[in-house]
Ligand binder design. Structure first.
Ligand SMILES: [Zn+2]
Length: 276
């Protein structure tokens, strides 16, 4: 079975007319190279109260939580007032075949009141483990991957030429690394930072509050852009994720290719205005 998917309906009490709620999760994980890991990536390891392994958070946590909650509620004899539908896909991180088929099925045959995705938002804990907030995600950035390729006639490494595919690609990647996309803010991200700022201790929390108040505050922007947890909420980001170049240690490279993954910030407020 190449792309397994699972859909389970928890039936409502007889006579219910409310539209169903769909609860989503993906069962697959992003690939990982075992040699880069301290522990085996595809075996769940528990150490000192923490779980280690590829995708323990994204999204085995969501799948386990939904499954165990459904089992517990069923065992307790609880009956929902509307149908609850679990939709677990098998290839959200890769081919999206089961994911797209399930999305089509849900739209055509289930027509839910709303959909909750276990792979978004979630519990935020402080450094000492105290719960800070439970986040619910209401929008997601667009995803796009680009490949940059430099070709070159090549030659023998004993006879270097001025143009070189690896050097040219490295120069282009250096420009991408240095580039900062314009900062963007919407009603949604500002209200998120206003609330999260009150709950987040230290410099980051202060910067969140200042940015919510004034999205042109340069020192707040610098703090939030330097923090991997918040940089994505400030605008579009692009980052190099893969590199492939050359074919022999004693040959000039005839091609060099980099993969750059972008997360594109679309102004929801603007889109909404344009539609209305
Ligand atoms: Zn995920």
């Amino acid at each position: 079975m190449k792309n397994p998917g699972l859909m389970v309906t928890y039936r409502a009490k007889a006579g219910s007319t409310d539209k169903p709620i769909v609860l989503l999760g993906h069962m697959d994980v992003v690939d990982a190279l075992a040699k880069d890991w301290v522990r085996p990536p595809f075996t769940l390891t528990e150490e000192e109260g923490y779980f280690f392994g590829r995708a323990t958070m994204d999204n085995k946590y969501g799948i386990t939580n939904l499954t165990s909650t459904f089992l517990r509620l069923k065992a307790e004899g609880w009956q929902p007032s509307r149908d609850l539908v679990l939709v677990f896909s098998g290839d959200e991180e890769t081919g999206m075949v089961s994911t797209e088929a399930q999305a089509k099925y849900v739209a055509e045959h289930i027509d839910p009141a709303f959909i909750l995705n276990s792979d978004a938002g979630g519990v935020a804990l402080a450094e000492d483990g105290t719960p800070v907030a439970f986040r619910v995600q209401s929008a997601e950035k667009t995803y796009a991957t680009y490949e940059l390729t430099v070709n070159n006639p090549g030659g023998h490494s004993s006879r270097p030429r001025d143009d070189n595919a690896i050097y040219e690609l490295a120069e282009a990647l250096g420009k991408i690394a240095a580039y900062k996309f314009p900062v963007q803010a919407t009603e949604l991200t500002r209200s998120y930072f206003a609330t999260a700022g009150k709950l987040t201790p230290g410099e980051i929390g202060q910067a969140m509050l200042r940015f919510a108040e004034d999205p042109t505050d340069t020192s707040a922007i610098a703090t939030l852009q330097a923090n991997p947890e918040t940089v994505g909420t400030l605008g579009t980001t692009c980052v190099a994720t893969m590199l492939q170049a050359g074919h022999a240690e004693n040959a000039l490279p005839q091609s060099a290719t980099a993969t750059v993954n972008c997360r594109i910030f679309r102004e929801w407020g603007l889109l909404r205005q344009r539609r209305s």
